[in-house]
Design a protein around this ligand. Structure first.
Ligand code: HEC
Ligand code: HEC
Length: 433
């Protein structure tokens, strides 16, 4: 398969559309082509070099907007409705949505087709870029918001939930404007930005994006207060079992998790351990048959290739089945996992890596392999990375004990405020049929 040969120019962070912008072209020999609207970069982005100092007045306004239930149609669903501040800004699901694994929007019974991520640490997600490591045969995409990277920065991102019929369900920027004009948020925005913000629908959406981005860039949204952070800062050791889990996580012949979910435990700076490289991969999680869209057997959520086509990347189909690697910080408080919410326990999500390739029938409803990736794109699926690289019937790279240890380790990534939201260890280690 031919992968796009690209090049890499300058850098900025998705959450900071207006912040860092470092130029670094300098005649790179790999400079071959400039692709569509995709910014291209010379170096892999190092989030530790970016400082976030959003204007406190905008942060306060953004916080107010985030929790305001007046922005949905009908009213009642704020951003916090799906990104629950009591659950690390990931969803708390109601009885119905718990069965499905995705959030409910402003209208009862209307559920998202995708799982909502935690918004903690989202400020570190870079804008879309391509990077080619010296050992890589071709450049790979990184960054961009949403699991398919379709929004380049936080300000652009808000158009997603505001106008998605299964989320906040506004018909248009104009109807949103008419709705917020006479609310406290309308007043607060015009006090800050002038009356014009209440006369132009597009200006309103732009300002909402600006203040929501500021809020999500604030230190409030990147607490670094987990037990793992204490361990990095050499304040408190991990337990023996947690250390075993960390070792499995890092071991390239076992979990190999760190190859995508990056960490750096030789640095005492926790922002070096964001548990993602912001890259994309096709690990082929099972189809979530409870999703409404999936009642149609012809429907597939193909992830990044839709964005690639929209951005006119060459050969977009090579990215079908790819989804952005999420952070694993606070993963232990989640109620459903993966882009489609198919797994309901953390142990199941981890066990999938162990036996996807050795016992596929267990995962793919006893029949077809890779049942959520159309046949035409199955060649894209990652069958090379440990532990996904085994043959059917062979011994998995991870034992049951390794899986338990990984789960125990992942629980140390929970920020202090949310520890009480984790299921008990006993419940989290239950093996689901
Ligand atoms: C009805 C539920 C719902 C509401 C309300 C909602 N979101 Fe989301 N949010 C989601 C889902 C689902 C996704 C993942 C969608 C995808 O990847 O395609 C998401 C993704 C995001 C992301 C991308 C994070 C990442 O890592 O890529 C951000 C940022 C975000 N939401 C912020 C907001 C803001 C700000 C609001 C309020 C304006 C909001 N959301 C309202 C469900 C919701
Ligand atoms: C080849 C890259 C890669 C490797 C190796 C990898 N992951 Fe992932 N991980 C991903 C991607 C991509 C996703 C998102 C997949 C999706 O949403 O369909 C993901 C999702 C997850 C999730 C779900 C997170 C959430 O918020 O829903 C967990 C848990 C997880 N990985 C744990 C692990 C563990 C533990 C290991 C090691 C055993 C591991 N991963 C190895 C790429 C990888």
């Amino acid at each position: 398969m031919t992968k796009a040969i690209l090049t890499i120019f300058s850098f900025s962070i998705a959450s900071a559309g207006y912040a860092a912008n470092v130029d670094s072209a300098k005649g790179d020999s790999r400079v071959i082509a400039h692709i569509g609207a995709t910014p291209q970069f010379k170096d892999q982005i190092d989030p530790t070099t970016v400082t976030f100092r959003p204007n406190p007045a905008l942060v306060a306004l953004g916080r107010q907007v985030f929790f305001d239930p007046n922005l949905s149609e009908p009213r009642g669903t704020s951003c916090a409705g799906c990104h629950d501040p009591a659950r690390a800004f990931s969803p708390t699901l109601n009885a119905q949505s718990r069965l499905v694994g995705t959030t409910q929007g402003s209208r009862p019974g209307h559920l998202s087709d995708r799982n909502a991520p935690s918004l903690l640490y989202v400020r570190y997600v870079p804008q879309r870029y391509f990077f080619q490591d010296d050992d890589d045969p071709y450049p790979s995409p990184f960054g961009g918001l949403f699991t398919d990277g379709r929004a380049n920065d936080l300000a652009e991102q808000i158009r997603g939930p505001l106008f998605d019929a299964n989320e906040m369900n506004n018909a248009s920027p104009r109807s949103l404007l008419l709705k917020v004009k006479h609310t406290p948020i309308g007043q607060a925005l015009s006090a800050r930005f002038g009356q014009s913000v209440l006369n132009s629908p597009n200006l309103l959406v732009q300002r909402l994006g600006e203040v929501l981005a500021a809020y999500q860039q604030s230190d409030e949204m990147a607490p670094f207060s987990s037990r793992f952070d204490d361990y990095l800062r050499k304040r408190k050791p991990l337990t023996v079992q947690e250390m075993q889990g960390l070792a499995v996580f890092k071991n390239p012949d076992k979990g190999n998790c760190q190859s995508c979910h990056l960490l750096n435990d030789t640095s005492n700076r926790p922002e070096r351990s964001l548990f993602t490289d912001f890259g994309y991969d096709a690990i082929a999680v099972p189809r979530n048959r409870a999703l409404v869209a999936n009642k149609n057997p012809q429907h597939f959520d193909n992830g990044l290739c839709k964005t690639a086509a929209q951005l006119h990347w060459p050969d977009p189909k090579q990215w079908c089945g790819y989804f952005r690697t999420p952070t694993l910080r606070n993963v232990a408080v989640r109620q459903s996992f993966m882009h489609n919410g198919v797994f309901k326990t953390l142990r199941e999500a981890v066990a999938f890596y162990a036996t996807r390739s050795t016992d596929p029938k267990h995962w793919y409803h006893g029949q077809q392999y890779f049942d959520d990736v159309p046949k035409a794109y199955r060649a894209n699926i990652n069958i090379n990375s440990t532990p996904l690289n085994r043959k059917v019937g062979l011994k998995p790279a991870l034992s049951d004990t390794d899986i338990d240890d990984l789960v125990v380790f992942l629980r140390t990534l929970t920020d202090a405020r949310y520890v009480s939201k984790m299921p008990s260890l006993k419940d989290q280690l239950v093996i689901t049929p």
